[in-house]
Design a binder for this molecule. Structure first.
Ligand SMILES: Nc1ncnc2c1ncn2[C@@H]1O[C@H](COP(=O)(O)OP(=O)(O)OP(=O)(O)O)[C@@H](O)[C@H]1O
Length: 261
């Protein structure tokens, strides 16, 4: 019953006395892509990190309440089972080659058989077919981001969490990857949460766009996006697409804590 589903129930979070997340309730089902929008510092990455069980004891003492279930499992169990694919903005790549980094999630645990064909497909999808043997320190920021992206998909995860996955990419590559991501996700039907600051990215990829309030974050508004999937870049020229982008922009600005926008 809980297969391919992210369930967030009354999740709240403090870092010390800093109240970050008001109780958040969210469900992302099979084949659903949810984009999260909100002002800088409102708590988007913290929400994603809570879902991915990425808060560590090294951080300021944190307190969390509520519940997160990934296919019916707690985030730490789901992480152990390699159910979660993640690409976060800070890359967190290790020393070594592009290949080492992409294959890293496969090195331990049950999903240890490398599907060479899938690996090579991913590598060329992210435009790094020629760079498998390059070491990470020789790559540009955008190339590192693409390595993170391929690494997130290598385990064929059951849920996908992406934190600004396209922010360092040029327009052509970003458009190509967005189209490819839309096609891949439509095929594998992995429930996905994407944090982004770019409205066009959210409207292009998402079935629902959630706008968070400023900190402490709570869900302010939700917008449904009904374009058929998989989506092609040409939809960005349509009047419907532009109208949806404008609706989102106005909602975001109206929800902003800043005056005179
Ligand atoms: N490890 C941490 N320890 C203490 N406070 C933290 C930690 N991580 C984030 N915070 C605080 O939590 C709040 C939310 O940060 P978060 O990174 O989740 O925001 P965000 O919405 O993702 O921002 P941006 O859009 O700028 O990336 C900020 O006030 C930040 O200072």
């Amino acid at each position: 019953m809980n297969k391919n589903r992210i369930v967030v129930e009354n999740l709240n979070l403090w870092f010390g006395k800093n109240y970050i997340l008001e109780p958040i309730n969210l469900e992302v089902n099979k084949n659903e892509i949810v984009a999260i929008f909100g002002e800088s510092g409102c708590g988007k990455s913290s929400l994603l990190r809570s879902i991915a069980d990425l808060h560590t004891v090294k951080e300021v003492e944190y307190t969390t309440g509520g519940n997160v279930l990934i296919n019916g499992l707690s985030p730490s169990q789901a992480k152990k089972e390699k159910m979660i694919g993640m690409a976060f903005q800070e890359h967190t790549l290790k020393e070594g080659t592009v290949r080492d980094n992409i294959l890293l999630p496969l090195n331990i645990g049950r999903k240890s058989i490398v599907d060479t064909e899938y690996y090579e497909k991913l590598l060329s999808l992210v435009g790094l077919a020629e760079y498998a043997d390059y070491t990470i320190d020789t790559l540009s920021g955008g190339m590192k981001q693409r390595v993170s992206f391929a690494r997130a998909l290598i385990t064929k995860p059951e849920v996908l969490l992406l934190d600004e996955p396209f922010s360092a990419l040029d327009l052509v590559l970003k458009t190509r990857l967005m189209e490819e991501l839309s096609a891949i996700l439509n095929k594998v039907q992995t429930p996905t949460i994407i944090v982004t600051h770019t409205i066009e990215e959210a409207v292009f990829l998402a079935d629902r766009i959630i706008i968070l309030s400023s900190k402490p974050a709570k869900i302010n508004t939700e917008i449904k996006v009904n374009f058929p999937k998989p989506r092609l870049a040409s939809i960005m020229n349509s009047l419907d697409f532009m109208n949806t982008v404008n609706t989102c922009r106005n909602l975001i600005l109206n929800n902003s804590k800043y005056e005179n926008l």
